[in-house]
Design a protein around this ligand. Structure first.
Ligand SMILES: Cc1ncc(C[n+]2csc(CCOP(=O)(O)OP(=O)(O)O)c2C)c(N)n1
Ligand code: SF4
Ligand SMILES: [Mg+2]
Length: 348
């Protein structure tokens, strides 16, 4: 008796011929259900879908459960797990050494908004070209759940302790400090987060994404404003984010009255369908006001809050040579004795 052979399933690949497996990382050691795991999955998918060569990416982080995440996606990329709160300076230095690399930084609300705040604001004002993600759970997960600086006033720890300090709104701060792409999403919102990540990859400047990412072990109870339940019940999107990458054909048919279309640096298009008719993502002051108002009303505002595609990034502003500084031969980076003598003479 003969059996008909079954044709093997074709292997799915992206535009550079890689499989999703090529973008995966190590097995997670974080708690099951932690929002950070879902974010790692979205990052894996988004890089795969954009067809970015993993070896052209550097993954940067600080210290915390969130900062461990780069180990769980894109094992083929470069990775630097820095000191607590010091990722911004390490990332800035690495990009100056090789501006041809893409950089994605994963930090936590503790890592960024407390110990790292001094470094963070300077990364923003420089418009360092990288995607900076804050996996925001309102607590220091790794050190057993103390309140962080993004925890809302009046929110409660599991033990009943009430937070009596006001929260820092990291998005309002980022807009004020000079970041050029600022948005908020939720680890449980697959579509919004995936789309925002892909749009972020097309931007040249600092992309700050504050992603609410519940800590199931220490901050997912009644009284927390960073729990799955609270975010699901209070989420209010300012826009619905759509994205057409540069390698796909763009349809010209859209309603300009209700949709804001912007061409990104690499030719991709981000389309923001206005859910709040008056919301303008190019208006800095309006964006900060909207964030403050939402906060007062207990709403968790999500979407792309602010976008500026005209401001030069830090590496462009410095007028660096095209070749990465890290790979220039010594003969090109070291001035000759003659040149040094001339400089000395000029300043005598
Ligand atoms: C210099 C220094 N101070 C304090 C610590 C202790 N510590 C480790 S992680 C952490 C906070 C982590 O919180 P967050 O960044 O929100 O990450 P999460 O674990 O919540 O994802 C602290 C205070 C440290 N590792 N190094
Ligand atoms: S302690 Fe919290 S933040 Fe850390 S891995 Fe567990 S759920 Fe995630
Ligand atoms: Mg945290």
């Amino acid at each position: 008796m003969s059996t008909t052979p079954v044709a093997p399933k074709p292997i799915k690949t992206n535009r550079i011929g890689l499989q999703i497996l090529d973008y995966r990382g190590g097995k997670t050691t974080l708690c099951a259900g932690c929002g950070h795991n879902a974010i790692s999955e979205r990052i894996t998918e988004a890089f795969y879908e954009m067809g970015i060569q993993p070896e052209r990416v550097m993954k940067m982080s600080g210290i915390g459960c969130s900062s461990k995440s780069p180990a769980y996606f894109m094992s083929r990329s470069f990775s630097f797990n820095s000191v607590h709160g010091r990722m911004p300076s390490v990332a800035t230095g690495a990009l100056l050494a090789n501006k041809t690399m893409r950089s994605i930084g994963i930090s936590g609300d503790g890592d960024t908004a407390s110990i790292g705040m001094g470094q963070f604001v300077h990364l923003l004002r420089r418009n360092v070209p990288m995607i900076y993600i804050i996996e925001d759970n309102g607590v220091y997960g790794l050190t057993k759940g103390q309140f962080s600086a993004t925890a809302d006033i009046g929110s409660k720890l599991k033990t009943g302790v009430v937070n009596d300090l006001p929260a820092i709104d990291i998005c309002a701060l980022a807009i004020q400090m000079g970041a050029t792409f600022v948005g908020r999403s939720f680890s449980g919102d697959k579509k919004q987060l995936n789309t925002m990540l892909k749009a972020a990859m097309s931007h040249k400047g600092t992309v700050l994404l504050d992603v609410i990412s519940p800590c199931v072990t220490f901050n997912d109870h009644e009284g927390s404003t960073k729990s799955y339940k609270y975010v699901q019940e209070h989420e209010e999107a300012v826009n619905e984010v759509g994205f057409v990458p540069f390698f796909e054909e763009i349809d010209v048919d859209y309603d300009a009255g209700s949709t804001y279309d912007v061409q990104m640096h690499d030719g991709s298009h981000m389309r923001l369908r206005k859910l709040h008719p008056d919301y303008d993502p190019t208006n800095r002051i309006g964006a900060v006001t909207a964030l403050m108002q939402a906060h007062e009303q207990g709403e968790v505002l999500t979407g792309v809050f602010y976008l500026d595609t005209t401001k030069p990034s830090f590496t462009d502003m410095l007028n660096l040579v095209d070749e990465p500084l890290a790979t220039l031969p010594e003969s090109r980076v070291r001035p000759s004795r003659q040149i040094l003598d001339q400089i000395m003479q000029k300043h005598q």
